[in-house]
Write a protein that binds this ligand. Sequence first.
Ligand SMILES: [Zn+2]
Ligand SMILES: [Zn+2]
Length: 162
Amino acid sequence: MANRPEWDDYFMDIAAMVASRATCLRRQVGCVMVKDRRILSTGYNGAPSGVSHCSEVGCRREQEGIPSGERAELCRGVHAEQNAIIQGARYGVSLQGAVAYTTTQPCSICTKMMINAGIVEVIFGGEFPDEMSLALLKEAGVFCHKHTSRIEAARKKAANER
Ligand SMILES: [Zn+2]
Ligand SMILES: [Zn+2]
């Protein structure tokens, strides 16, 4: 089965599918918490259950032109990583020892929560301007790296060999 995906590609693809449900006006993020190659919880960014989404009633961060990475509290949305942790809390699933696959590098608030939830590794897709989150993960001993798909890795290798 040549097309069978590698585990990291598989979970990142699932995280991207989860992100498609997000209702943030700026960025759709998806997160999948995995342990022993099993999915324990998922989350995307959006308003809490029963509350109108930014996509329906607007977002103060958007209206006030607040730059990316700042004043997260003004948005009614809950971040993807936070929703994945909350799902674990709601259904009594411990995330201790889990790996977080997230489509975007986590912000420092999500990072702090993931450290205390016992996440041991963070694998992210796109980069996000938050140096504090990377510093916190490093200090806490949480392994964190940008995902490179098998296709990307093969392309890079070929370019280097040329
Ligand atoms: Zn918002
Ligand atoms: Zn966040």
